[in-house]
Write a protein that binds this ligand. Structure first.
Ligand SMILES: Nc1nc2c(ncn2[C@@H]2O[C@H](COP(=O)(O)OP(=O)(O)OP(=O)(O)O)[C@@H](O)[C@H]2O)c(=O)[nH]1
Ligand SMILES: [Mg+2]
Length: 174
């Protein structure tokens, strides 16, 4: 019987970007294989860290470690003291003013811990909202091609509508 290894996933991103909402959606998807998009989901700002275990398909288990955006001054003590397999970095596509700072922060983090770029996923969340920027506009704004040499995976999601959630889970299994 093959052994099921639990991957530790660090979930970061500015406050209000949708980390907790996405995690709630992943939990629902993994436990019931469907999500109810008309259900009202309430999240509150995450203070410190939350750890959510999820089991995906038959043989993938993940621990999602979310660090709340309001406590970003404490992030370093956490991400440097634990080994994470992958990082999900959530960006709010409706808030272009917070994005440049977010990306600088992510770059700094990836220089401080031994994680390969292929294990970092940028999530453009809240896409398809009336005030969201397109992927092309975000990539230009973030200068992705220069800063990351095009060497970073990006998935657009909408936690409210449930768009591309399985694409993120599949990325985690790689
Ligand atoms: N319209 C829309 N709203 C979203 C989406 N994802 C999250 N939200 C909303 O954005 C708000 C913040 O979501 P959270 O998941 O609490 O944000 P967070 O990143 O965990 O925030 P912190 O814990 O403070 O760092 C909530 O009101 C969510 O309902 C989305 O895809 N579309
Ligand atoms: Mg949160």
């Amino acid at each position: 019987m093959s052994e099921v290894l639990t991957k530790k996933i660090l979930v970061l991103g500015s406050r209000w970007s949708g980390k907790s909402f996405l995690i709630k959606r992943f939990e629902d998807l993994c436990s019931t294989s469907k999500i109810s998009t008309d259900e009202f989901v309430c999240t509150t700002a995450t203070l410190g860290k939350t750890v959510t275990p999820i089991k995906y398909k038959r043989n993938h288990t993940f621990e999602l470690h979310e660090l709340g955006g309001t406590m970003s001054c404490l992030w370093k003590s956490i991400y440097t003291s634990t080994d994470f397999d992958k990082i999900l970095y959530v960006i709010d596509s409706t808030q272009p003013w917070s994005i440049a700072f977010s990306l600088e922060q992510l770059k700094e983090i990836t220089e401080q811990i031994p994680i390969k770029h292929k294990n970092v996923l940028l999530i453009f969340n809240k896409t398809n909202e009336i005030n969201s920027l397109t992927k092309a506009a975000l990539m230009e704004l973030l200068d992705i091609d220069t800063v990351w040499n095009g060497d970073i995976d990006i998935i657009e999601t909408n936690a409210r509508l449930g768009t591309n959630l399985t694409a993120v889970l599949d990325w985690l299994t790689r």
